[in-house]
Design a protein around this ligand. Sequence first.
Ligand code: HSE
Length: 438
Amino acid sequence: MNPVNVGLLGLGTVGSGTVNVLARNAQEITRRAGRGIVVTHAAARNLDAPRNCSTEGIKLTTVPMDVVNDPDVDVVVELIGGYDLSRELVMQAINNGKHVVTANKALIALHGNEIFKAAQDKGVMVAFEAAVAGGIPIIKAIREGLAGNRIEWLAGIINGTGNFILTEMRDKGRDFADVLAEAQKLGYAEADPTFDVEGIDAAHKLTILASIAFGIPLQFESTYTEGISHITREDVDYAGQLGYRIKHLGLSRRTAEGIELRVHPTLIPQRRLIANVDGVMNAILVKGDAVGPTLYYGAGAGADPTASAVVADLVDVVRAMTADPENRVPHLAFQPDALSDTPILPMEQVETAYYLRLQANDKPGVLADITRILGEAGISIEAILQKEAALDEISVPIILLTHRIREKQMNAAIAQIEALDSIHGEVVRIRLETLDAD
Ligand code: HSE
């Protein structure tokens, strides 16, 4: 049988990785897919740029639309990122009746509902395994492997750059900016690295995970997003002294009132496996009612790991090309007409535990004022730590861990604490999740 022709949009880190993996594992891939998979046409911004792959036998262009409109291309692989041009290219590919594979989480999180609808109308597939957690087959695991479950919650370290930064800060005391520069050099970071450190990249990925876990439309605009750029070495150290690690988590939970959808730095007990996922690695915990908690771990970024997911999608597409479109795995795991309109909860309605750090005058009655405010707000204290004052300071850091409480109550209590004369500056608040199996 003739090989399947692939048109590649983008020959950067992931594009080169895809060319290399397809060439290196060509025999195995053909044995799996039943047909060869060959890149025949590729678009790159600069044809003279140095490449990490061979482009022999590939027609090259700087005009991506030429690849999309090439009648000999069967599957378009979109690896250029961004929202606007990539949306135009993917929609045109679908209109041309071509299947699409993409690693573009921003595109899927923002325009996935429209793209999947167009793909369904045209009877083509849009595969996006590489969009979430690099090489970890988490889309397949949730969409197919856990299809018998009612998913209760999921929590993941889904940005490799952010995890790399937090790990290096904790283990080596390195500076934030210095580690970020290294992540950029290694090809982990987004084109705009604020997407990594401010949680936008993780929010794109969480939006996708929540949709396939709970059968809801993609709702990036409703995802609460907080980054790690304000995390200090002190907080990392105090969390460690209390038995916790700070991780940048994406968390989505089904509750009676709606679905939580949030990305923020989070204290996790250091005995949890996920608290020990370090460097650029990603991990996602998924709790299903039948299977219980499951954990998926692997490289979340980088050329070959991401290419592993792109090529797996290509194999899936090739296998399903001749199948009746009605009988393919639905893009968002649930049948398109069976998606639910369960609301996404506003952050004030979310319930979680907290780590609080405040700078207080070292004098009688200060702690009593703080505990009175928390007590009156119904907030129960789990642990308390007071550190000695630095030589040039008259105030001392106080660190509190609380039991679970609604964010609305915590916001009100923090405002009252900050208004006390004995408190200096703002209260630092980091949410805490125990991630228990139940
Ligand atoms: N910038 C992303 C990360 C790349 O660091 O995880 C993979 O999506």
